[in-house]
Design a protein around this ligand. Structure first.
Ligand code: F6R
Length: 583
């Protein structure tokens, strides 16, 4: 949702910023740009398209200066265009700014500034920030005071990095949109998240909401409500190599394949303290968005079945409106990035009502993890592909372990890593099926019980990267309406592990679809269920509890290969970004 990079130090800024932007491109890719300060002047180069396209056109590396800012955009206000690309400048051209987030009250400030003679060149909300800072500088404020005064007027969420000609520093401001600061030797970096900077440093400080930071080549100062504050430095264990594509054509397929290691690693995560919190809670609310919401649904089933405990699962953006808050509530917030604004706002709501918060995230130091009472990290390593793949199965693995731990049980992991590998070996088969279905525009995914959220996840993946219409239903729901859409040739993908008590009912649902011309793709370890399929995906036998971990994988392959069949880039799906920091 827009990537920000800043650099100040002893090296030439533009090539470094460009490298970091490339590592940041999963946050947005409709336009990009860099501004550097040199010789008392600001130079800006920017344009529409992915970073490589903008670089090919404008040669982004060829810019003088040892301080600069860069941006890769996911448009919110104003279509992708050169004028709307960041960095955005003020009237004097001596100030450049990059922004992530939304300034909700920008229209009224824009009117006021226009009345004072400021000339606007873009349709962005960001531009009001540039002109407002300019205005305060004109009134005699110092650089950082002018930025501080400007951001104090904004409603909404933002991360800003501001560059001014003639200053040996950058000023950063954060409210709702993440900003991290990375420390090198005689150089300091800023970025929207950690992976962008891993090539250069593993020492980070994390800005809090309401913070202003001033960075120069020697270090960083932080202020909050006008007062100096300290922000702890942390060493992160991720390395730059973990965020490389290696020999894979796309991050998405690399990360799907990495599940051979990431699922077993997640099953080793310690959930002891979290289980105590769940046991002690009077009621449990689970929050998440998209894929993380699906992981929450798996947890709900498992907790009920294994531990006889009820929990409610909420789409985080609906939480404030739909949750009844009572004392003794534990909120389990699930978010791989730990930065999703909908989840953060839901957690804020929960906190106002004194709920305890347990965060399940992948990113150490993320906003969610810093604000939580307790954390469980899923240890999936960096996920660069925009769609969540290995982080979903790692979330599910950790939540499975947690649900069983609440019941005083352990996950039976013996031989499970081998089963994951066996399922990963289905890649070729799923590629063939994707090819056979390359001209199909409507898909149904069905499953019962624990497999219903797996069906939802499979449909979401297909929609996200192959841009194909896909519906997911709990199989028993089909006959209550959507069966009317099952017509000759419509593929119905059935998640059908033999373990559990529902597969005989599933057989009935399959027959209902077949009777209307639906073509079944059966994923199962039961030959009886597989025999129902036009396409058969034979799965290794697995306990019902662990089945979501295995059955998700072929669906990820299906989405990936369907995306390639249709000629799209799986790493950069349209209208999506890796971490969604606007409501
Ligand atoms: C799906 C996907 C999104 C995210 C959602 C929540 O592939 O990537 O649906 O799952 O935006 O993101 P996190 O987990 O970072 O809160």
């Amino acid at each position: 949702m827009c990537g920000i990079v800043g650099y100040i130090g002893h090296r030439k800024a533009a090539p470094l910023i460009l490298g970091c932007l490339r590592a940041h491109e999963y946050r947005g890719y409709d336009s990009a740009g860099i501004a550097t300060a040199h010789d008392g002047k600001i130079t800006v180069k920017k344009g529409v398209g992915k970073i490589a396209e903008v670089d090919a056109k404008y040669d982004l590396e060829d810019m003088e200066g040892h301080a600069g800012i860069g941006h890769t955009r996911w448009a919110t206000h104003g279509a992708p265009s050169r004028a709307n690309a960041h960095p955005i400048t003020d009237c004097t051209g001596r100030l450049a700014i990059v922004h992530n987030g939304v300034i909700e009250n920008y229209a009224e400030i824009k009117k006021e500034l226009a009345r004072r003679g400021h000339k606007f060149k873009s349709e962005t909300d960001t531009e009001v920030a540039a002109h407002l800072i300019e205005e305060y500088l004109k009134n005699g404020l110092e650089f950082e005071a002018a930025v501080g005064k400007a951001v104090a007027r904004f409603r909404g969420n933002y991360g800003f990095a501001v560059l001014k000609a003639g200053e040996d520093k950058l000023v950063l401001a954060r409210n709702g949109s993440p900003l991290v600061i990375g420390f090198g030797r005689n150089e300091v970096f800023a970025a929207s998240d950690v992976p962008a900077l891993l090539r250069h440093t593993r020492e980070f400080a994390f800005m809090e909401d309401g913070d202003l930071a001033v960075i120069d080549a020697k270090g960083a100062r932080f202020m909050h409500d006008g007062r100096p504050v300290r922000r702890r430095r942390m060493h992160v264990s991720w390395t730059a190599d973990m965020a490389q594509k290696d020999c894979y054509p796309h991050f998405t397929i690399k990360e799907i394949e990495e599940q051979a290691a990431s699922i077993p690693a997640a099953l080793r995560v310690d959930v002891g303290r979290a289980a105590k919190l769940v046991r002690a809670a009077k009621r449990i609310h689970v929050l998440g968005c998209g894929t993380s919401y699906h992981a929450g649904l798996v947890f709900k089933h498992l907790l009920a079945r294994a531990a006889g405990r009820e929990c409610e699962v909420f789409v985080a953006s609906e939480y404030g409106e739909s949750a009844v808050m009572k004392p003794g509530t534990l909120v389990i917030a699930v978010s791989q990035s730990g930065e999703t604004i909908d989840t953060m706002m839901a957690v804020r709501h929960a906190r106002l009502h004194r709920a305890k918060v347990l965060a399940i995230t992948n990113v150490v130091g993320s906003s969610l993890s810093r604000g939580a009472d307790a954390n469980v990290y899923i240890n999936a390593g960096p996920e660069v592909g925009v769609v969540a793949t290995k982080t979903f199965t790692s979330q599910v693995a950790v939540l499975t372990k947690l649900a069983l731990a609440v019941a005083g049980r352990k996950v039976a992991v013996n031989g499970f890593a081998k089963k994951v590998k066996d399922v990963l070996a289905l890649s070729g088969k799923m590629k063939e099926i994707a090819h056979a279905l390359r001209n199909t525009d409507d898909f149904f995914f069905i499953g019962r019980s624990l497999s219903a959220p797996v069906a939802m996840e499979g449909a979401l993946k297909l929609k996200e990267i192959a841009y194909v219409h896909a519906e997911a239903y709990s199989a028993g729901e089909l006959k209550h309406g959507p069966l009317s859409l099952i017509a000759e040739g419509i593929p119905v993908i059935v998640i059908a592990p033999a373990a559990g008590e529902t597969h005989h009912k599933l057989l009935g649902n399959i027959r209902e679809c077949k009777a209307r011309g639906g073509k079944i793709m059966a994923l199962s370890d039961s030959s009886r269920l597989l025999d129902e399929g036009k396409w058969k995906v034979p799965m290794p036998p697995v306990s019902e509890e662990l089945s979501p971990l295995l059955y998700t994988i072929p669906l990820q392959f299906l989405a990936y290969y369907s995306c390639l069949e249709r000629g799209f880039d799986p790493d950069k799906p349209r209208n999506l970004a890796k971490s969604v920091t606007v409501e």
